[in-house]
Ligand binder design. Structure first.
Ligand SMILES: [Zn+2]
Length: 97
């Protein structure tokens, strides 16, 4: 079953304003491959609303890498890659699960 959550991480959870870009982004690499042998890389962002000042963090995108191609096909969403991603490993400290 394809689960597809249409939640937009760029929308302020408080007032609904859409921010243009995250204040900061970082990635989380899953240490354990999934059943297809793929590694999941999650791109996280921290946001601040220009309207009400609310701050939040959310996952912007998940990318699966490696594994067999058959399995990759179900992950075809990774077409739209327009966002500029800055990777800063020092941000890993900020992860709150
Ligand atoms: Zn807001």
């Amino acid at each position: 079953m394809p689960r597809r959550k249409k939640k937009d991480p760029f929308i302020c959870p408080s007032c609904g304003t859409r921010v243009n870009e995250p204040v900061k982004t970082w990635t989380i690499v899953s240490p354990i491959p999934d059943k297809y042998g793929r590694i999941t890389v999650t791109i996280m962002g921290s946001f601040q609303c220009p309207n009400c000042g609310a701050k939040w963090k959310d996952s912007i995108k998940k990318i699966k890498t490696g594994g067999d191609e058959e399995a990759m096909r179900e992950g075809e969403e990774k077409k739209e890659e327009g966002t500029i991603i800055e990777i800063d490993l020092s941000d890993l400290d900020e992860i709150e699960l």
